[in-house]
Design a protein around this ligand. Structure first.
Ligand SMILES: NC(=O)C1=CN([C@@H]2O[C@H](COP(=O)(O)OP(=O)(O)OC[C@H]3O[C@@H](n4cnc5c(N)ncnc54)[C@H](OP(=O)(O)O)[C@@H]3O)[C@@H](O)[C@H]2O)C=CC1
Ligand SMILES: CC(=O)[C@](C)(O)C(=O)O
Length: 330
């Protein structure tokens, strides 16, 4: 079993006295900056002028400045702008503001693994990747809990890079749940694979296929929504708490029988073979090249597919039903 690191393995004092710049204030940035601040660390948020995140970061009690200025002030620089712009932001605003002994941090290894960012040799380069969406990273931290994370060292100029990574992981709450040491390559490839085939790509398309099948057969869309999407959270919550066995224990034997006998017809050997092809495309760099070029072309396919997704009938039905659930209203 992999060795996991917990709170007692991490020394937060490694980061005391260091200025930590969190570049970006989105899903991960807002969570990590606030968690680090609540952990007693000295944080500044780096954003572009006119950023829609600027006022929110100020309202959350954080110091905010431009990316370049934050990089110039900082000893620790966490890059949490979108993967597809990190290379440009690094080149234009961070690189010239790095000094010997700085610590460059990522929460996804994409830009290092695919050489979009090539740091100078006289700094530490580490990865601390929460295995969670940012908003849950923040919520769990505030509730005294944490989400698991991964850490990796790409460059260890100081000889203490792993200790800095552990301290950072503790600062954002990941050592509460457990942190596994990995490599930038393993984190990047497994994260891309997971988000494409299971977490986002797999689940969303499974839900939509189930919803479409029921609606096209004439069943009420509201029932299809509750059955294929809304209840999924409750089922996954059980697996989150106690594995697939806990879910199977809690659902009816009728459901478990269907799970075990029909499930393999839906997710089958052909699915597994396609998953292997997806992994190969990630490992070869084919996916990364397509994503980088899509952004350079102005995201024509991304924008078209995103619009189509927002127009899917399940989104309309779901929005109406969620309006009747006050606990879901932000
Ligand atoms: N989303 C997640 O839960 C996870 C993300 N990650 C990784 O974290 C990193 C950040 O992703 P995520 O938090 O999703 O990003 P988001 O898209 O949620 O947030 C991006 C932030 O960067 C700012 N930004 C965008 N463009 C620029 C720019 N050119 N210059 C300066 N600031 C800019 C945005 O502010 P504004 O547009 O207002 O200027 C926003 O505050 C990525 O490497 C991602 O892979 C890792 C684990 C999970
Ligand atoms: C939340 C997470 O880790 C993802 C799905 O990989 C991502 O948002 O990049």
């Amino acid at each position: 079993m992999a060795k996991l690191y917990y709170d007692h393995d991490a020394d937060l004092s490694m980061l005391k006295g260091k200025k930590i710049a969190v570049m970006g204030y989105g899903s991960q940035g807002h969570a990590q900056a606030q968690n680090l601040k609540d952990s007693g660390l000295d944080v500044v948020v780096g954003l572009r002028k006119g950023s829609k995140s600027w006022d929110q970061a100020l309202a959350d009690g954080l110091e905010v400045t431009t990316v370049a200025e934050a990089a110039a002030q900082a000893d620790v620089i966490q890059i949490l702008v979108p993967d597809e712009v990190q290379g440009t932001v690094y080149q234009q605003e961070i690189a010239e503001n790095l000094k010997e002994g700085d610590i460059l941090v990522f929460s996804h290894g994409f830009n290092i693994v695919y050489s979009q960012i090539v740091p100078p040799e006289n700094i530490d380069v580490i990865l601390v990747a929460p295995k969670s969406p940012g908003h849950l990273l923040r919520r769990m931290y505030q509730q005294g809990m944490g989400v698991p994370g991964l850490l990796a060292v790409h460059q260890d100029y100081s000889g203490k890079a792993k200790d800095y990574a552990l301290a950072y992981a503790k600062g954002i709450g990941c050592t509460r749940a457990g942190v596994i040491e990995t490599t930038f390559k393993e984190e990047t490839e497994t994260d891309l694979f997971g988000e494409q085939t299971v977490l986002c790509g797999g689940v969303s398309h499974l839900i939509m296929a189930g919803f479409e099948t029921l609606v096209e057969a004439g069943y009420q869309p509201e029932i299809a929504y509750f059955e294929c999407l809304h209840e999924l959270k409750l089922i996954v919550d059980l697996m989150y708490e106690g594995g697939i066995s806990m879910m199977r224990y809690s659902v009816s034997d009728t459901a478990q029988w269907g799970d075990m006998t029909v499930g393999p017809r839906i997710i089958n050997e052909a699915t597994k073979q396609e998953m292997k092809k997806v992994l190969a495309e990630i490992q070869s760099g084919k996916f990364a090249k397509e994503w980088i070029l899509e952004n350079r072309a102005g995201r024509p396919m991304f924008n078209s597919l995103a619009k189509k997704g927002k127009e899917h009938p399940i989104e309309k039905v779901g929005a109406e039903l969620r309006k009747m659930m006050p606990w879901l209203q932000k």
